[in-house]
Ligand binder design. Structure first.
Ligand code: PEP
Ligand code: MG
Length: 575
């Protein structure tokens, strides 16, 4: 008999869905059972292995079809590993003598080789170990029936379950439109989570107790708002959730009516609501959802989607398209914020595989060290500037020094465009993201150097509380309402107002009910969020007067723990 099983996790994206489980095997820890085989199975299994090797070679070939010589070199070396006859002979010897399934033999063999290379404690050999794991890991995944990045088999009505997924996977998953996504690990503010919310897919992460016995096609209910997953639901639960789905539908119809209304508090204080987007196509959705403009275009996802660097022309067309779609509405485009979990796999930037990437080569640091790439993006942005109301924003700023270098580069870019006779808007507002504690603390200085601030609460919270936003083990410590975070936000707002420059918030906090209350209460009148969240945000704001919100924010700023602040906010929301 099968019993209903309720598994608790972290709420990531709202919505209740009932569907069938689709399990994505973990890439890094593929566990393959050891099975004995009969001598008659040697030949067919060996042929499967050779075919898998060939398939990986073909995949690598199509990935290396580029003009980039460095890229070509890497894929060539990968191909050579697959053609290493000594290694292949060793696999064959072990396979035929031990009479064990080929996938098990290949897995143990490449892992052993990688361990030996790692033990040599040499950076070059460590890199080779990674390469072997990557190349032969692909072979094993094919043998095991699960190719890397292959979501082709996801059926309709699937609830996708995986150990953890990356932003690149979100881009691929969107095409399959699963009913919901559930992860064993992952944090609610990871880039993967942000994208999934953007796509309006309900999600629950951090399901550490998800039973190993769960199988493909099991019936499952996902409650994104509560952060629970119910396996093999009983009849009463199924009925309860059918009702919930109906309620959600009528709620979304009610919110739909708000799309065309401006966002206002009960007493008419207007708050501009902008959209966070990660592709030019989403600009259309932003308009449909009633956005007042684009508050954050995460341009790195253009590159991640293509899995390569984009040319100036390609970027120009993407930026131009967003500006044209949004017409006279402002569009804030952020320069590349790659590094950490946002990696462009086919761009050969050695050094992005760092020990501690969140504190490493990310965002503006990476761009200022790769000036050619940065200048290409600035040129594309300025060329697109004549097609709408562009604002350019820089991520991961920590000091005025960085801003000064940026301003010099901008000057050079403008001068060269002028020389080439290419039109651009002279006075594009240049702003910085306030997403590191240092930037918030020196925001009085920064305010003198730029035209606007946008507060990135996702990173600001991560860095001020030392809590990895992607790690479910510490996600209970990740609190945007921590007094330290609220003080940094308040300092930034005050410094922006003193200097009379606009300040907005584009982190996920801006779309949560508690965030909306506190941020609007602190006097922030520009908030940017996932397109899907805009109507609900209008609804929340319309329930309070500006004075009420101001009082709520003032009280929160006087309170010493996130717990107490959250309790108070919950009371206000439930009222
Ligand atoms: C942020 O850090 O709040 C932010 C908006 O940037 P991202 O989520 O892309 O890191
Ligand atoms: Mg950020």
């Amino acid at each position: 008999m099968v019993f209903m099983n309720i598994v608790n996790g972290i709420p990531v994206s709202n919505g209740c869905r009932k569907g069938r489980l689709f399990i994505i095997p973990d890439r890094n820890e593929t566990e393959i059972s050891k099975n004995s085989i009969k001598p008659s199975e040697i030949e067919p299994q060996w042929n499967l292995f050779l075919n898998a090797v060939q398939q990986v070679k073909n995949d690598l070939q199509s990935m290396s079809d580029s003009d980039n010589p460095d890229e070509k070199k890497i894929f060539e070396s990968y191909k050579m590993m697959l053609e290493d006859q000594v290694f292949i002979d060793e696999i064959k010897k072990e396979f035929t003598s031990r009479l064990l399934n080929i996938s098990y033999i290949v897995l143990t063999k490449y892992r052993k080789s990688a361990e030996m290379l790692i033990a040599a404690n040499n950076d070059y050999l460590k890199q080779r170990a990674d390469d072997i794991c990557d190349v032969y890991g692909r072979v094993v995944q094919i043998l095991n029936g699960s190719e890397k990045h292959n979501f082709d088999n996801i059926p309709q009505n699937a609830v996708v379950f995986a150990k953890n997924l990356q932003p690149t996977d979100a881009v691929a998953l969107e095409k399959k439109q699963p009913l919901a996504v559930i992860l064993q690990e992952g944090g609610p503010n990871s880039h993967f989570a942000i994208l999934i919310r953007n796509y309006g897919i309900p999600a629950v992460f951090g399901l550490s107790a998800f039973p190993k016995s769960a199988a493909m096609n099991d019936e499952v209910i996902v409650d994104g708002a509560k952060g629970i997953v119910i396996l093999d639901p009983d009849k009463t639960t199924l009925e309860e959730y059918s009702k919930k789905e109906q309620q959600e539908l009528s709620q979304s119809r009610r919110l739909s009516a708000l799309k065309k209304q401006p966002a206002k508090t009960k007493d008419g204080f207007v708050v501009s609501l902008f959209a966070n987007i990660s592709s030019p196509e989403e600009a259309q959705t932003a308009l449909k959802q009633g956005a007042d403009g684009i508050g954050l275009f995460r341009t790195e996802f253009l590159f991640i989607k293509e899995n390569r660097l984009l040319t100036e022309e390609e970027q120009f067309l993407a930026y131009k398209s967003v500006l044209q779609t949004m017409k006279d509405k402002p569009v804030t485009i952020r320069t590349l914020d790659i590094g950490a979990d946002k990696i462009i796999e086919n761009a050969d930037y050695k050094g992005l595989d760092e020990e501690n990437p969140l504190l490493g080569w990310r965002g503006i640091r990476f761009c200022l060290d790769n000036k050619e790439l940065f200048i290409t993006q600035l040129r594309a942005l300025y060329r697109a500037s004549v097609y709408g109301k562009l604002k350019i924003m820089f991520p991961m700023i920590t000091s005025c020094d960085e801003v000064e270098i940026i301003l010099k580069l901008v000057k050079t870019v403008k001068a060269s465009l002028k020389k080439e006779g290419l039109p651009f808007t002279e006075d594009v507002p240049l702003g910085v993201m306030i997403e590191t504690p240092s930037a918030a603390i020196v925001s009085d200085f920064l305010a003198k150097k730029c035209s606007f601030f946008s507060i990135g609460t996702n990173d600001l919270t991560q860095y001020s509380l030392s809590v990895d936003r992607d790690n479910s083990k510490v996600s209970s410590l990740y609190a945007e309402t921590h007094p330290a975070v609220l003080r940094l936000i308040n300092t930034t707002v005050k410094n922006a107002k003193k200097r009379r420059i606009p300040v907005s918030v584009c982190g996920e906090f801006a779309s949560r009910p508690e965030g909306l209350m506190l941020l609007a209460g602190m006097g922030i009148d520009q908030l940017s969020m996932s397109c899907a969240m805009i109507p609900a945000a209008k609804d929340i704001l319309s329930r309070y007067t500006a004075t009420e919100l101001e009082q709520i924010a003032k009280k929160a700023l006087r309170t010493n723990t996130a717990l107490k602040i959250n309790e108070e906010l919950k009371r206000k929301l439930d009222k």
